[in-house]
Design a binder for this molecule. Structure first.
Ligand code: GLU
Length: 472
């Protein structure tokens, strides 16, 4: 175990966004690389906006991506006593103070400052030196922020960053109702959980100097920071639903594999030479913050799809088969008792970019056609085909189980006997077995379906084909 302790700290106010997932991934990869600890903390102090459904959705997405954590999930809503104790301590030490200014007063002051052309909208410090404590009057607790000097930190991604303390006002750390605020609890928790490196979205850069002051007031060491650039759409605007799905789990629903999303998200803004494909183990070995770009990454759905195609092509058929069965089940198609799933997958791996496409292509293996493409019948099926299909049916009905070579031998026999070319028979067989005109190669299909099932389907189709020819 190294001393590295990192955390992912999502607010459960919605699904896990792919930007959040990338932040979680960076934390995870570094923790695994350095044998440190990866901690999950759910920041649910905003009771109005936090929901159990969001927490569940985030946990589910982490699990799907394979981001296992070593400690947690911790919930900030369970830790209010700790925050209260820390507020009390800062008050006792004079590092925080009670502020009795009402919302209306603050609003008036802001309006007056704006009217006077001031660019400072922060709190003016009225209660900083107040000595009386009006009995029963509502108050917030404010942090006594240094008013001079600068606060500097060396960001592991962005480089050195400096703020003038003058620009910071005395922020509220406890609201009138006694609940603590984000900038305060995040520091109390990072101290309590001994976080040594904070990796998070760069929308938190402006909070960092405020948080550094709180670390110092608590007498705690300041961790390192690494602020991850955000993800933009192709139009360089912040990524939103307009650019495609932003929820991790929607990618699952669309038939993406977690390893494709992981590979994509890490490569978005991080590079290692011109290598594109990384297994998770390779990412753990090679990932480093220093090679994360400082500028925002642009989301490229085509590249993600390309990676997904790669992982589908090279995936383990057994595993893909299990995933496929889930999707088919959700469509009401049972795979139990049907053709071997891995065998079905092997015939489709080169033809599908997503698991959803693969399921579209695999459905016929597990449900017999309920109708046949009439136009295709008209084009592809005549008396010669019907005679050959009859022949094929008879051969297969008595063939027992046959492998790919066996299927080919049966076809050769039928073709020789009927004088038809495969190009004239194959399409008719395909319509009979699938109802349509698209499928993997016909030998593969028959080998996967098995001779018994193939014979049964041929028989059903022959009835339909004969009737169609008669009326033609
Ligand atoms: N809860 C914050 C968020 O979801 C993250 C805070 C942090 O990482 O410091 O944006």
């Amino acid at each position: 175990m190294s001393d590295l302790r990192v955390r992912f700290a999502p607010s459960p106010t919605g699904y896990l966004h792919i930007g959040g997932a990338r932040t979680a991934l960076f934390n995870y990869l570094l923790a695994r690389q350095q044998h440190g600890a990866f901690i999950l903390r759910i920041e649910d102090t905003d009771v109005e906006r936090s929901t159990q459904a969001s927490t569940d959705a985030i946990l589910q997405a982490m699990e799907w991506l394979g981001l296992d954590y070593d400690e947690g999930p911790f919930f900030q809503s369970d830790r209010f006593d700790l925050y209260k104790a820390k507020v009390a301590r800062l008050l006792a030490e004079g590092k925080a103070y009670r502020c009795y200014c009402s919302a209306e007063e603050l609003e008036q002051k802001r309006a007056a400052a704006a009217a006077a052309g001031s660019s400072r909208f922060g709190y003016d410090g009225t209660c900083r030196h107040r000595t009386d404590q009006p009995e029963g009057a509502p108050f917030v607790v404010r942090f006594r922020t240094p008013q001079t000097g600068t606060t500097t930190f060396l960001d592991r991604i962005k480089g050195p960053i400096s703020f003038n303390n003058e620009e910071l006002d005395d922020l509220i750390i406890q609201r009138t109702d006694g609940t603590p605020t984000y900038n305060f609890v995040v520091v109390v928790d990072d101290v309590d959980m001994r976080i040594s490196l904070v990796i998070r979205g760069d929308d938190h850069i402006n909070n960092t100097p405020r948080q550094i002051h709180i670390y110092q007031a608590l007498g705690a060491p300041v961790p390192e920071f690494a602020h991850v650039p955000m993800i933009l759409g192709a139009d360089k605007k912040r990524l939103s639903k307009r650019h495609g799905a932003t929820s991790v789990m929607v990618y699952k629903e669309m038939g993406y594999l977690p390893e494709a999303l992981v590979n994509y998200l890490v490569r978005l803004g991080w590079s290692h030479g011109d290598q594109e494909i990384f297994s998770k183990q390779e990412l753990i070995e090679k990932f480093n913050l220093e090679s994360v770009g400082r500028a925002a990454g642009v989301f490229n759905p085509d590249k993600l799809l390309w990676l997904n195609e790669h992982y589908i092509k090279t995936g383990d058929p057994q595993r893909l088969g299990a995933l496929l069965a889930e999707i088919l089940a959700s469509r009401g198609i049972s795979t139990a008792g049907g053709p071997d799933l891995a065998a079905a997958v092997r015939t489709l791996q080169d033809r599908a970019k997503t698991l959803v496409e693969m399921a579209d292509g695999a459905a016929f293996y597990y449900s017999r056609p309920t109708s046949y493409d009439a136009e295709a019948i008209e084009r592809q099926v005549g008396p010669e085909q019907i005679a050959a299909l009859d022949h094929l049916h008879a051969e297969l009905a008595s063939a027992g189980e046959v492998d790919h070579a066996g299927v080919e031998a049966v076809f050769q026999k039928v073709l020789a006997a009927t004088g038809l070319k495969l190009g004239k028979l194959g399409p008719a067989v395909r319509i009979a077995l699938t109802g349509g005109t698209v499928s993997p190669s016909i030998y593969e299909v028959v080998a996967v379906l098995g001779s018994g099932e193939t014979a049964a389907r041929l028989q059903s189709a022959l009835g339909v084909f004969r009737a169609a020819i008669k009326t033609a």
